[in-house]
Design a protein around this ligand. Structure first.
Ligand SMILES: *Cc1c(COP(=O)(O)O)cnc(C)c1O
Length: 388
């Protein structure tokens, strides 16, 4: 079926994207700040009890950070470079968490010296570094979760530890003078199975209970990101996520919830972006081949990293009427054979498509610009234009 842009954007939003796109060379990512603002308001409305830490890595554009700063958000940073960026915008360090469990000792010290006092961890070695270079800081412990099969961009295997190990780490952190503050998890990005939060929250309950017998009272649950954006696959509305997740929390923790943190990335910014590309070339590989190759001026290395293994299926839109075909394989412009976005997944495109035509990639505000190469094959980084 042809993509209908109005399933994704209002008439006015699409008109604005189109008129801005007309002024620009491709490839270019347009990000509409009003949509980010709306998504933030929506999340606040659905999770009124939660503190929101924006996962900066999803889209670190200055204007987005400034908007969220003004709206009162907190920020989850993955490195000292993101730290420097948010600090340079006047965001105070008490609104930050260092959410990456993988960090150098000297980077811990750097963050501590800049005033960061909230850190994620999942290993003994990291806790020892934290105790030494970020003494007395609040620490939260990331646990492994299930849900890798139902997340379109799974995260959990690399990060987190078994709940029993988390308990040992909490006790170690307490012994070393840190403040064991809470438990965190991330059920996997673009998580379609809301039940993934249920089993994760149950694990957190178990850890809280056990530690109470050891006279350690944790105060916080960090439920990570994982909330979806609207791509091709059907997803539940945020309201359903909120109803279900709130119910799981109340079932396990009653009405008096601990402090709840959310770390949305994708769900706040993805739908705000449209990545505008142009067809460079269309070719066939043999005179009897059924498929045609469409090479665009942006590929896996210029913003579409998340098409890796065809994980994220972006809606592609072309203008004009006429017959549609599924015969197109979509690839990028570089001299790299991995630079193919979709071979299995077929997004219907007009059969008359030709070099110079534009292809609009919808829902591309997250993990695109921040994820592309600097000059692979000489192509410059993706240009980003903020609009509102
Ligand atoms: C990437 C990341 C997020 C954001 O996840 P989304 O699925 O994009 O919302 C949140 N927390 C941590 C620790 C992350 O690494």
């Amino acid at each position: 079926m042809r993509i209908n842009v109005h399933d994704y954007y209002s008439e006015a939003e699409w008109k604005l994207f189109r008129s801005e796109a007309d002024k620009l060379e491709t490839p270019c990512l347009l990000v509409n700040l009003n949509i980010v603002e709306r998504k933030y308001a929506e999340l606040k409305e659905y999770f009124p009890f939660a503190k929101i830490y924006f996962a900066v890595k999803a889209n670190p554009a200055t204007e987005i950070l400034e908007l969220l700063r003004a709206l009162g958000a907190c920020f989850d940073i993955a490195s000292i470079y993101e730290l420097d960026k948010v600090l340079s915008l006047g965001i105070s360090p008490d609104r930050l968490s260092f959410g990456n469990t993988i960090k150098k000792a000297k980077d811990i010290k750097y963050a501590y010296d800049k005033g960061v006092r909230l850190f994620a961890t999942d290993s003994e070695a990291d806790i020892k570094n934290l105790a030494k270079y970020a003494p007395n800081s609040k620490v939260f412990f990331r646990i492994l979760t299930e849900g890798g099969e139902t997340a379109e961009w799974p995260l959990s295997r690399k990060f987190g530890c078994h709940p029993d190990m988390a308990i040992d780490l909490v006790m170690l952190a307490a012994e070393l003078g840190l403040e064991p503050y809470g438990i965190s998890f991330h059920v996997g990005s673009q998580q379609r199975d809301i039940g993934a939060w249920d089993s994760a929250i149950a694990k957190v309950r178990y850890i809280f209970d056990y530690l109470e017998t050891q006279n350690i009272k944790l105060k916080m649950i960090n439920m990570g990101g994982g909330f979806p954006a609207k791509y091709i696959s059907r997803i539940n509305e945020m309201e359903v996520y909120s109803d279900e997740i709130t119910r799981y929390l109340n079932e396990d923790f009653g009405d008096e919830l601990p402090e709840i943190i959310l770390e949305p990335g994708r769900s706040l910014v993805a739908e705000a972006g449209v990545l505008v590309t142009e067809v460079v070339l269309i070719s066939e590989k043999s005179s009897v081949g059924l498929d045609k190759w469409v090479y665009l001026d942006a590929g896996k290395f210029n913003g579409f990293a998340e098409t890796w293994e065809e994980s994220i299926k972006y809606p592609l839109y072309c203008e004009g009427r006429g017959d549609l075909t599924n015969n197109f394989i979509i690839a990028g412009p570089t001299c790299d054979s991995q630079d193919v976005m979709y071979e299995q997944y077929r997004n219907p495109l007009p059969s008359y498509l030709k070099a110079g035509d534009r292809v609009y990639w919808l829902t591309t505000g997250a993990y695109t610009a921040s994820y592309c190469s600097v000059e692979f094959n000489g192509f410059p980084p993706l240009k980003v234009k903020i609009i509102k």
